[in-house]
Structures are given as C-alpha cells and as structure tokens.
Design a protein around this ligand. Structure first.
Ligand code: NAP
Length: 244
C-alpha cells in the first residue's frame, strides 16, 4: 500500500491514533501536515519521526472547532505543500457524564471538536479536492456512535453525527472522484483511554484485548490508498468484535 507523492492532513496527530496514522502515512510515502491543539512538543516529535522516514512533515497548531482558524490552517497547508490529497479527521475529545448531570458546556465542547471540527475541515478541503477531481476523506468515529454508551451522550452523539456526515459527503462528492469513509474503533490503547478502568470492557471484547493505534493506522492507510478506490460512504469497525 503506497501513498507516494500524496499530501495528507491528519488532525489530532500529536498523540495516539492520529500520531500512528500520520507516521504510517509518512512511511507509505506521503507528506504529512500534523494538526494539533496544544501539544507543540509532541507534534514536532511526530514531524521529526516522519522526516526520518523520508517524508516532508510540518506541524500546524489549530483548534479544529474554530471555523476561521481551520480556514487559515488549510490555506497555509495548501500554500506550503502545493495541494491536499487526503484529509483524516481524527481530532477528538471526551467529556463523560450521565445525561442528568451533563453540563451544556461539556456537550458543546465535545460536539464542537468532534463533529463541527470535521465539518470545518471538510468544508475547507473539499474545494481543493473538487478542483483536483480526486481526494480522500476519512473520519474517525467510534463504536459509541453506533451503539451508544452510557455516560457518553455528548461523545456518542458526535460520533453518530460523523456517520451521517460521512455518508452525506460521500454522496455529494462521489461524482468528483472523492471518497469519504469512516472508521469506528472500539477500545484502543491511547491517552484518551488510559484513565479508564478497562477490566470490565476487555471481558466484553470477543478478541479479549484492547486494540493498538498502529492497527487503526493500517486500516486508515488502506482506506486512503488507491486499492480502496471503490469504497465510499462506508463505516468500518475495528473493535475486536465489541460492537458486532
Ligand atoms: P488522544 O490520545 O486523546 O489524542 C487526541 C488528539 O486530538 C491530540 O492530538 C489532540 O491534540 C487533538 N485535539 C484535541 N482537541 C483538538 C482540537 N480542538 N483541535 C485540534 N486537535 C485537537 O485521542 P485518541 O485516543 O488517539 O483518539 C483519536 C480519535 O479516535 C478521537 O476522535 C477519538 O474519539 C477516536 N476514538 C478513540 C478510541 C480509543 O479507544 N482511544 C476509540 C474510538 C474512537 P493535543 O495533543 O495538542 O492536545
């Protein structure tokens, strides 16, 4: 699987799943724009590692929930790399709590980053893809968006929203040679899940273990390379069987 000559933008690429995707894409020959919220040091580390693989890589600080900031960042990425071929909307946050106690601010923050963030990125990248008559969009959803999850009304709603966004964008842009898909991971070992007491959840996973970021990255690579050019509007679970 190769991405030789492609320019990829990965949001939330300073850590976890996004980092693994950016580095896997770099190893596959892509140039990568590493978008992050606040952790400049770790984003720079990802870029250094990508450069060791022979890739061009630059970090961009951008709050994806901010429409204007995303517009400027996509403009800067396009100016630096010349174009954009692949967009991975991976940036995400949680703000768990039961529905009866969930604060409005927590709901807005999670929807703003996870769902509106993806909209903002697609909104500003799509004209570039349409002009090129090609492009790949990959949204990182979650099994929580497929099945719901007690204590995650905001998060599950944002991730379910991404499924609707994925299918709509896939329908709207298919005639321009653009594919849009989603990945729905189960429990993956990252900072986001480090604080969870996962004993009970692991027992519910048929494969009996949590997943690794590099396993998600391999699937992301497949969905963004030429081999998968006849797949669009699809949501692929990678969850050890948790949500089947
Ligand atoms: P993580 O380790 O917590 O990393 C989150 C990343 O998102 C960081 O790079 C962070 O940047 C960035 N980010 C957060 N808010 C942002 C914003 N407003 N603008 C731009 N970037 C922002 O998360 P992860 O576990 O790798 O998860 C990655 C994605 O997979 C998320 O969408 C998550 O919902 C989804 N997912 C994860 C799991 C899991 O089990 N881990 C399961 C299903 C789905 P900074 O480093 O600068 O803060």
């Amino acid at each position: 699987m190769t991405l030789e000559g492609k320019i990829a933008v990965v949001t939330g690429a300073s850590r976890g799943i996004g980092r693994a995707i950016a580095l896997r894409f770099a190893r596959a020959g892509a140039a990568v724009a590493v978008v992050y919220a606040s952790d400049a040091e770790r984003a720079d580390e990802v870029c250094r590692e990508a450069v060791e693989y022979g890739a061009r890589a630059t970090a961009y600080q951008c709050d994806v929930s901010d429409f204007g900031a995303v517009k400027n960042t996509v403009g800067a990425i396009r100016e630096f790399f010349g174009t954009i071929d692949i967009l991975v909307n991976n940036a995400g946050v949680t703000g768990d709590g039961l529905i009866m106690a969930m604060k409005e601010q927590s709901f807005d923050r999670v929807i703003g980053t996870n769902l509106k963030g993806a909209f903002n990125m697609i909104r500003h990248c799509a004209p570039i893809f349409v002009k090129n008559r090609s492009g790949r969009i990959l949204n990182i959803s979650s099994v929580a968006g497929l099945s719901g999850n007690a204590g995650q009304a905001n998060y599950a709603a944002s991730k379910a929203g991404l499924v609707g966004l994925t299918k709509t964008v896939a329908r709207e842009l298919a005639s321009r040679g653009i594919c849009c898909n989603a990945i729905a991971p189960g429990l993956i070992s990252t900072d986001m899940t480090a604080k969870l007491d996962d004993g009970g959840i692991v027992r519910a996973i048929p494969l009996g273990r949590v997943g690794r970021p590099d396993e998600v990255a391999e699937l992301a690579l497949f969905l963004c390379c030429e081999l998968s050019g006849y797949i669009t509007g699809e949501v692929v679970r990678i969850d050890g069987g948790l949500a089947m």
